[in-house]
Design a protein around this ligand. Structure first.
Ligand code: NAP
Length: 366
């Protein structure tokens, strides 16, 4: 068989605001690969089936001298993020042809593993709070129960579902009859938090960025109250439907400030993400922090890799049960083609989607 194109999406330059596809990222189809004859040297070759563009990739597109919770992306190499692969050929006895693997992978169509773009970080070279985001563990996966398609995988048993479920278990201390407020309620993490909180018997208030998403949250997910934060003031909404026992914070900024004011005594805040700051926006100075001690509010900053060792087993058990019983709803915003992956990612950062953004790269059944 003649060599075939092996397209990739490269990290080309550091964005200053929202990334610009074609400028900060580049689709490149100049490389070719001979799928039948390329040497595997004891490894295996995969074809990428799905990619899961996520907000944390933006944090990684920075000047490498700036330290953060995840390692910086390497310029000139493919973007690296979660994805589903199908094994085409293997010399590794642990990996079989036809199996599906989910993990952190370069944004390219065919990958020979171990991928020669991985560069280990020398021991001690990273601060103790920095996670090596390049070297994802590959898990063998199957389709989710409940008749779900492969596209549902990233939103449920990928980062979004795991973060929602595990952080609620670790810090939520959810009690039936309590009230939770969730910002970015119709995004990947948000939809899962809304549902897990409803299952636990809480009153759920969610905010999101469009009337269509508000309708979805109310009619399909069954939250108690939802509002469009672009047209409804957070303070006014929480005055009406609060006070709150738990705030799930996906955004930071003025929304956090307003949520603190509406917390009850002993409320819990789960600081999951600060998307109001990821794309070069000016940082907002939170003004209501004194209420943390006045109302004995606890604020928990969470990072998924810390939670996985403790919660992975119970997570799969409960989530598979919910899926099998048809209770857990999934919603994907599906985009087709590797050449569209960077645009899909930037659209997700700007809220032009509902649910989990997933990019279909190739046919899982082929
Ligand atoms: N700590 C962890 O381990 C961890 C793990 C996974 C995710 N996260 C964080 O969780 C959050 C959600 O991630 P996700 O993957 O589920 O993404 P997502 O919610 O599917 O997409 C991001 C959403 O953020 C909202 N948004 C964007 N800019 C905003 C702004 N300036 N103000 C308010 N909302 C804005 C948009 O929705 P609207 O329509 O609502 O505007 C957009 O759809 C992110 O902050 C992410 O970094 C953290």
């Amino acid at each position: 068989m003649a060599p075939v194109p092996n397209p990739r999406v490269l990290f080309a330059s550091i964005p200053s605001g929202y990334p610009v596809p074609g400028e900060n990222t580049k689709y490149d189809d100049s490389e070719k690969i001979d799928l039948e004859n390329i040497e595997l040297k004891g490894g295996y070759i995969t074809r990428t089936v799905l990619l899961s563009p996520e907000p944390w990739l933006r944090e990684r597109m920075r000047d490498p001298s700036i330290v953060s919770y995840g390692t910086p992306m390497r310029m000139g190499l493919p973007i690296i993020g979660p994805g589903l692969m199908k094994v085409l050929r293997s010399e590794d006895p642990k990996i079989k042809e036809g199996e599906f693997l989910y993990g952190t992978i370069p944004w390219q169509l065919y990958i020979v593993h171990p991928w020669d773009g991985w560069k280990p970080y020398p021991p001690g070279s990273l601060p103790d709070y920095t996670v090596d985001m390049d070297h994802g563990i590959f898990n063998k996966v199957e389709k989710l129960p409940g008749g779900k398609d492969w596209t549902s995988l990233p939103g449920v048993v990928g980062i979004a579902g795991m973060t929602a479920w595990m952080a609620l278990k670790e810090h939520g201390d959810l009690k039936k009859g309590e009230t939770i407020y969730i910002s970015t309620g119709a995004g990947a993490v948000g939809l899962m938090v809304c549902q897990f909180a409803k299952f636990a018997g809480l009153k759920v208030i969610a905010s999101t960025g469009s009337d269509e998403k508000v309708k979805y949250l109310l009619e399909e997910i069954g939250v108690d109250h939802a509002f469009n934060y672009k047209t409804t003031n957070v303070d006014a909404a929480l005055s009406k439907w609060g006070p709150i026992d738990v705030y799930w914070d996906n955004v930071g900024g003025p929304t956090l400030d307003a949520a603190i004011l509406h917390c009850k005594v002993n409320a819990r805040i789960i600081a999951c993400g600060y998307i109001t700051e990821y794309n070069g926006q000016e940082k907002y100075g939170v003004k209501n922090l004194a209420w943390l001690f006045k109302k004995r509010i606890k604020i928990y900053g969470i990072l998924l890799p810390d939670l996985i060792p403790k919660w992975l087993g119970p997570f799969f058990e409960e989530v598979y049960k919910l899926l099998s019983e048809g209770k857990l709803k999934t919603r994907e915003h599906i985009v087709h083609g590797l050449e569209n992956a960077d645009t899909a990612w930037v659209d997700m950062l700007q809220g032009k989607h509902l649910g989990k953004t997933v990019v279909v790269i190739s046919d899982a059944d082929a």
